[in-house]
Write a new protein. Sequence first.
Length: 78
Amino acid sequence: MAARLGVPDRAEAYERIAPYAERRVVMGTGITHQVPAESMGDRARALDHAERAHALHRKLGLEYWSARSAELLADLRD
């Protein structure tokens, strides 16, 4: 949410979380993905993150999140 709002600085926040890009984030009872790079205007990096998230969702058999990440990929590729 902070990245979408621009608080703190999106680039600074991205640099702080970038080392953890390969880790899964658990929220409540589900696993989510976010693409803060897109909010900074770095569509190529956002697409890379989304592709890796989608591959992981598929590998883990997470049908719901796989469908969501597929939608995200479609949006980023438009």
